[in-house]
Design a protein around this ligand. Structure first.
Ligand code: ZN
Length: 178
């Protein structure tokens, strides 16, 4: 089931998500719905607070692409935790399904090691670098109520990427300077 994506201005996006204590059928349904919702919007990642659920769960799916190291993956993670970050960092553009029509430049560690539980509650550990690591970090930030616009390398590194009606919440964001 495709769920409604919460947009910037919705307070749920700014709250800290709770740890999942027990993986129930409901948790698995949540992950399935999140994957379906993300795919319906052509996203590469989605965190539970973005569908209004304050639980530590996220999905990431990056289609196979020979230019993207570690691509061709689908993750559904519960209680994900970054246990190691590289000192080396890099800057690239990010967007967010909760902030439609905007992209911005964010600096993040190049690689991370993430520990989490999978859909069945089995402990897993993943190492990711580059774009896949960036998406994982972006989604884990959502579980803390942090959005990419909080981490722009400079206030003017945010811009519109498509024509359309102005988002009703746009005034809450840092506007690009001309
Ligand atoms: Zn996002």
């Amino acid at each position: 089931m495709v769920r409604e994506i919460r947009k910037i201005g919705d307070p749920v996006l700014r709250r800290k998500a709770r740890k999942v204590e027990k993986i129930s059928k409901e948790t698995q349904k949540l992950l399935d719905d999140m994957l379906e919702t993300m795919r319906a919007r052509n996203g590469v990642g989605l965190a539970a607070p973005q569908v209004g659920v304050l639980q530590r769960a996220l999905v990431v799916e990056i289609e196979a692409n020979e230019k993207i190291a570690g691509s061709g993956v689908t993750y559904a993670l519960i209680n994900p935790e970054i246990v190691r970050r590289s000192q080396e960092s890099w800057t690239d553009q990010e967007g967010c399904l909760s902030i439609p029509g905007w992209r911005g430049e964010v600096e993040r560690p190049w690689s991370v090691v993430v520990k989490a539980l999978d859909r069945q509650g089995k402990r897993i550990r993943l190492e990711a670098e580059g774009w896949v690591a960036r998406v994982l970090q972006h989604e884990i930030d959502h579980l803390e109520g942090v959005l990419f616009i909080d981490k722009l390398i400079a206030p003017d590194r945010l811009w519109r990427v498509e024509e359309g009606k102005e988002e009703e919440t746009a005034q809450e964001m840092v506007l690009p300077t001309p």
